[in-house]
Design a protein around this ligand. Structure first.
Ligand SMILES: [Zn+2]
Length: 402
């Protein structure tokens, strides 16, 4: 049984994780130097496995750092399509170091947990995917279709040099399918097959600053800004009110979030007001249409209150089409989870965003799943060894039957 082969590699998997975590893989945008060294290390691990195809798709970023991607493939009997496991090897920085109980880059194994930055996101998936493919090789099973592994750079800051680069520079088969282990819950009972669209927009209202006692001589941007924020809030909720029960939560969300501080003292009427919205939009709608509603409301306020209103779009991505619930990848993944864990996972949509979105936009089926406690990007991030092994068993089962 292929699960038994995975179980027997437990110590090796822990060792690879412990060796990988000290090799930092942080994007230059977040203060690092990229993922090259970590990719070199993992490439050596992959070389021992014996793939039919093993190659690098490296590129250079605007700072001159090498941004590596590794593609590994095992050929199937018929090989008409490929099931890919797509994981990312970059991590975010440690954050506030005083909140860590251990050195984030010196992994500590304690009982069932391995502590360290990137052990969960996405280290656990990196290790369980690599060893699922290794188990397949060891088992001697040759599946009907090809099995691929992608170790990707740059996920944490938008995947320009990772998934997007690979999509532009590698020839995937038109029926290829993908598992993206990069979002999940601690039970592993939900497979994500859809993501909402995303819009981050900031709005600056410019009035006229003045003395607290002379509103007659000033134009209070604070009051107009508050009204505008509430108007936008109401308008978006009213206009884009569809319900889609696959999503958690099942509606589009429009949240006023960041507000910038204005004047320091109570007796000054603020001349500017600055606030932002985080919008997560169901695939029923176009992100552009949401943005147009916001623009329209801003125009209305300009005229009504004689203020300037400036809009800045910080992030914008259209929702990707939903992955077919009856696609082979989803059906086989569901079946493997049911057989190994004894429950039927539900199919859900989330607020975004993983590399499944660009894949779905290109028409590919992508299922997002792994078993993870909610520790990504937190201090004292850890991965449970039992989850790492358990997920590797699920992946091994899926790929051996694909
Ligand atoms: Zn991640």
């Amino acid at each position: 049984m292929i699960e038994k082969i995975v179980e027997e590699m437990k110590d090796e998997m822990v060792k690879t994780m412990v060796e990988m975590i000290p090799i930092k893989a942080i994007s230059p945008e977040l203060g690092g130097t990229g993922e090259k060294e970590r990719a070199d290390y993992l490439e050596r691990v992959l070389k021992d496995i014996g793939f039919d195809e093993l190659k690098r798709l490296d590129t250079k970023d605007k700072y001159g750092y090498v941004r590596p991607n590794i593609i590994a493939k095992i050929k199937g009997k018929e090989g008409k399509k490929t099931l890919w496991l797509a994981v990312h090897i970059d991590t975010v920085p440690e954050g506030d170091i005083s909140l860590w109980k251990t050195d984030p880059f010196k992994p500590v194994v304690e009982g069932d947990k391995i502590y360290g930055r990137g052990t969960a996101d996405d280290g656990q998936a990196v290790i369980s995917s690599i060893y699922a493919l290794k188990a397949l090789k060891k088992s001697g099973i040759i599946p009907k279709n090809n099995i691929g592994l992608m170790l990707l750079a740059d996920e944490e800051v938008g995947s320009k040099y990772g998934m997007h680069y690979v999509l532009d520079n590698y020839n995937f088969g038109e029926n290829d399918e993908f598992i993206v282990p990069d979002a999940g819950n601690s039970k592993g009972d939900a497979i994500e097959i859809a993501e909402k669209g995303l819009l981050w927009v900031c709005i600056k209202v410019i009035g006229k600053q003045g003395h607290g006692s002379r509103p007659d001589l000033s134009l209070n941007a604070n009051r107009i800004g508050m009204k505008l924020a509430l108007s936008i809030d109401e308008r978006l909720h009213y206009k884009f009110s569809a319900i889609n029960n696959i999503f958690v939560p099942p509606y589009s969300t429009f949240e006023p979030t960041k507000r910038e501080a204005n004047v320091q003292n109570i007796n000054t009427i603020p001349g500017t007001d600055f606030f932002c919205f985080d919008c997560r939009i169901l695939p029923n709608y176009k992100v552009e249409d949401v943005l147009n509603e916001i623009k329209d409301e801003a125009e209305h306020y300009k005229k009504k209150f004689n203020v300037e209103v400036e809009l800045k779009v910080v992030q914008k991505s259209e929702p990707a089409p939903q992955t077919d619930p009856n696609s082979e990848v989803v059906v086989k993944l569901k079946k493997a989870i049911k057989e190994l864990r004894g429950f039927e996972p539900s199919l859900i949509g989330i607020g975004g965003g993983t590399v499944a979105a660009p894949l779905r936009r290109r028409g590919y089926n992508a299922a997002v799943w792994y078993t993870i406690d909610n520790v990504e990007h937190s201090p004292n991030e850890y991965c449970k060894i039992s989850n790492m092994i358990g997920d590797a068993k699920v992946f091994a089962k899926v790929i051996s039957e694909y």
